[in-house]
Design a protein around this ligand. Structure first.
Ligand SMILES: [Mg+2]
Length: 397
């Protein structure tokens, strides 16, 4: 057997992907030991909600994320259903990220329970890649009593796929000499970004494994699969150098706009507030954040500035809520010089509750769920067709 030292020479990066096991569900079991060994899901407060996370015991019943709660309950009568306690999960998440940052300054948190750590050049402190990974697992378990799975390889992509292989409590190391074969042999559906629809379409043209991509003409792939096709060619070619980008939580997210002409027209002001709230909401959703404090900023043509804030009971990521609050913050009388600049911001940020994956089986959605879905649909349109696809009035209807 080759020694680890020789396998990872200096020309390769060493990247670990750390992923907590059934995170929300594991935290519930940790805090409520009476549920140890029980099939448990974390999800919406009512039977109309969906599963955000399932314990491994629940998974053995075929229960998984995004399944409606009522359906999960049908599959398992004695299922324990716990509400989402995002605050608690965030608290533990912060402990975990702090541990990871003690191994490398290059930590990219991708969600509340998942991060990449660039371990390149840390051998003198942490030892070989497998020693470092084992040490991370031990530290996390000592500090939080929770388990994680780690994949280590030469790229983020390979590390991410590797972390999933031995879940839970797994450690999979894909060394530089193995990584090409490893990636080529992965089922195409395992590649992040390949959804069920693309997977089926790729099957249809004979792609079962990532390696099959190399047998096809690049132009055909690009034509049929656009961006995804181009990305798959790059990945299959071994071109996967995207860096680990440290990310720190923003303190606030805001957008502002200088008007083309100073105005006192409440209609124009409202239209701009809507457009700005919509932009802020999109950025929040992209990062999975919600915020409790809404701030309105106005500057008049003499550059006098007014900022006013209101703090809500619950965090929001909805443009509609921000618009309502921002409108309520407008001064009774518009400055006589007219408004020159308008800004809307959200602070007091927190991770938004579980990602809403509204199910098709859902019968009665709450109003808020409907709005969330509507705004999500708008995101999709803007992502596909660009910012100009919808005018500022479109949300009003
Ligand atoms: Mg996880």
């Amino acid at each position: 057997m080759e020694s680890e030292k020789n396998v990872w020479d200096k020309s390769f990066r060493i990247i670990a992907h750390v992923d907590m096991d059934a995170f929300f569900a594991s935290v519930e079991v940790l805090d409520y030991p009476q549920f140890v060994g029980k099939p448990l899901v974390v999800g919406g407060e009512s039977m109309r909600g969906v599963v955000s996370a399932a314990s491994y015991e629940a998974r053995s019943y075929g229960i998984g994320s995004a399944m409606p709660i009522f359906q999960a309950k049908k599959l398992c009568q004695e299922l324990v259903i716990r509400p989402v306690r995002m605050k608690r999960y965030t608290e533990i998440s912060r402990q975990i990220m702090r541990i990871l940052r003690s191994y490398s300054p290059l930590v990219q948190q991708v969600s509340v329970d998942e991060a990449y750590v660039d371990l390149t050049g840390t051998e003198l402190i942490s030892g070989s890649p497998s020693m470092a990974a084992r040490s991370i697992k031990k530290k996390i378990s000592e500090k939080t009593s929770l388990t994680c799975s780690i994949g280590v390889s030469t790229s983020k992509l390979a590390a991410k796929i590797a972390s999933d292989i031995e879940k839970p409590d797994g450690l999979t190391i894909v060394s530089p000499s193995m990584v090409k074969d490893f990636l080529e042999s992965r089922p195409i559906g395992e590649i992040p970004g390949v959804g069920a629809k693309s997977e089926r379409a790729l099957f249809d043209i004979g792609v079962k494994y990532l390696g099959d991509i190399l047998k096809l003409s690049p132009s055909l792939l690009r034509e049929k699969f656009g961006k995804t096709g181009a990305r798959l060619i790059k990945i299959a070619d071994g071109d996967n150098m995207s860096p680990v980008e440290p990310w720190t939580e923003p303190k606030s997210i805001s957008n502002e706009k200088t008007l083309r002409r100073d105005t006192k027209d409440p209609g124009i002001i409202e239209k701009n507030l809507l457009m700005l709230a919509n932009k802020v909401a999109r950025r929040l959703r992209k990062r999975g954040l919600a915020g409790r404090t809404v701030t309105l900023k106005l500057k008049d043509s003499d550059f006098k500035q007014i900022t006013r804030s209101v703090t809500l009971q619950r965090g929001t990521q909805l443009a509609r809520v921000m618009l309502k609050e921002a409108k309520a913050l407008l001064p009774e009388s518009i400055p006589s010089a007219g408004v020159r600049l308008i800004g809307v911001g959200l602070s007091n940020l927190e991770p938004a509750g579980h990602v809403e994956q509204i199910s098709l089986f859902e019968t009665g959605e709450s109003k808020e769920e409907k709005w969330k879905r509507a705004e999500k649909a708008i995101d999709d349109i803007l992502n596909r067709f660009g910012e100009g696809a919808l005018g500022p009035g479109s949300l009003l209807e």
